[in-house]
Design a binder for this molecule. Structure first.
Ligand SMILES: *Cc1c(COP(=O)(O)O)cnc(C)c1O
Length: 396
């Protein structure tokens, strides 16, 4: 019986989410089970978090082993799991220095502070500007919210941090027009997630990189959602042949343990945050470190990015078929296992019907269905999903 739990939840939790009427109890692989024992195929995986699937035995064992040793020390001391996690993350990303956080938003905060300090050390002034993109999403804390391009998320909480200019994603001219001699950084998602699954055009991201190089501006890529193999490469920028100066990552980084990180090149690391400039109590503790190490170990063992690319292609083909059969679908976008179908109408009835039929889907905005399955899904899971989706589309 889920209703009493739902009622109780609504009486104690702050109402910041319109939740779906389901109480999940446990998971296994790509399946979730509610407290009544009903099975669901999961195409959300906790918003791109559970990339390696639920009840992953070696992952669980790695966490349990670390729990029996120590879960927290403090960043005033060294610990082995954090060092190994750092080495794995830097190897996967090609970056040189890392700072561990507890969430994505905090990683964005750190990235912004790094960029501002880097600029401050260059000219001593404190009026630097950052360019962010419309329709972007970077998190709910003040710095992250200040560079988030959806006005309704920001409006009631003004004033934001200052000196942010917005440009149009995939429009290089608009970015160029936003640059001034005060611009210290450009922040963007390589593939916009919450904003509606918009991959960067190759010419755009390469153009932004060249612009940054020409003007001495730092490029911050937020890969909190699109990173960690989801796009078909470990980090989505690797699929474009560009590299950021600062990178943010989170979500699948810990596969369920709350962790994030911001990384940077050696040059930025050497001339930005120094002892006393930034900190966190929990960030990079041994439990988080153990989770990250095991995540990267399995990514390598299972070649997760290549698998995501392969199954992503199959998902693309099957969703194209759905699109061709449903005139209400006006666009289909995405890369790897991060795809979206845009409709001319609101998609809530489809998502609700799918949930009843045992398929977990999520929207991005009111008219886009987002597909963010665990990266270990197989073609047969895609087929099962398509079957339920086609049926649920009859609700429109
Ligand atoms: C989810 C997300 C964030 C925020 O991460 P939290 O862990 O929720 O703070 C930031 N940027 C992007 C691109 C995201 O998808």
């Amino acid at each position: 019986m889920m209703q009493p739990i739902i009622d109780e939840a609504e009486s104690v939790l702050l109402h910041t989410y319109n939740r779906y009427p389901v109480v999940f109890d446990h998971g296994d692989g790509v399946k979730l089970y509610d407290t009544d024992g009903k099975e669901y195929l999961d195409f959300v995986c906790g918003i791109g978090v559970f990339a390696l699937g639920y009840n992953n035995k070696t992952y669980n064992d790695a966490l349990k082993a670390q729990i029996d040793k120590i879960t927290h020390t403090s960043n005033y001391y060294y610990n082995v799991p954090a060092v190994n996690a750092a080495k794995a993350a830097l190897k996967a990303s090609g970056m040189d220095r890392i700072f561990f956080t507890n969430s994505g938003a905090e990683a964005v905060e750190g990235a912004i502070k790094t960029a501002r300090k880097h600029a401050f050390l260059k000219d001593g002034s404190t009026d630097h500007e950052i360019i962010a993109m419309e329709h972007s999403f970077h998190g709910r804390t003040f710095g992250a919210l200040s560079v988030t391009g959806t006005k309704k998320y920001r409006e009631a909480f003004e004033p934001m941090i200052g000196n942010i200019r917005f440009a149009t994603f995939n429009d290089l001219e608009s970015v160029k027009n936003a640059v001034t001699d005060k611009t210290c950084a450009i922040i963007m998602e390589t593939i916009q997630g919450e904003g509606g699954i918009y991959p960067a055009d190759e010419s755009f991201i390469k153009g932004v990189r060249a612009l940054c190089d020409e003007k001495g501006i730092l490029l911050i890529l937020d890969e909190i959602q699109c990173g960690m193999g989801r796009s078909g490469s470990m980090y989505a920028y690797q699929g474009y042949g560009v590299k950021p100066d600062i990178l943010t990552t989170a979500k699948a980084l810990g596969c369920g343990v709350p962790v994030g990180a911001f990384m940077m090149t050696e040059e930025v690391g050497q001339s930005s945050l120094k002892a006393g400039d930034h900190g966190t109590t929990y960030g990079g503790n041994p439990l988080a470190g153990a989770a990250i190490c095991e995540v990267f170990r399995q990514y390598e063992e299972k070649n997760i990015p290549a698998h995501a690319a392969e199954i992503g292609d199959y998902l693309y083909t099957r969703l194209e078929e759905v699109k061709s059969e449903c005139p209400l679908i006006i666009d289909h976008r995405g890369k790897g296992l991060m795809q979206g179908l845009e409709f001319s109408v609101e998609v809530a009835p489809v998502i609700n019907k799918a949930l009843k039929e045992g398929l977990v889907l999520i929207n991005a905005g009111t008219k886009i269905i987002r597909f963010l399955p665990p990266l270990i899904i197989e073609k047969s899971d895609v087929d099962d999903m398509i079957g339920i989706l086609k049926n649920a589309l009859k609700e429109l």
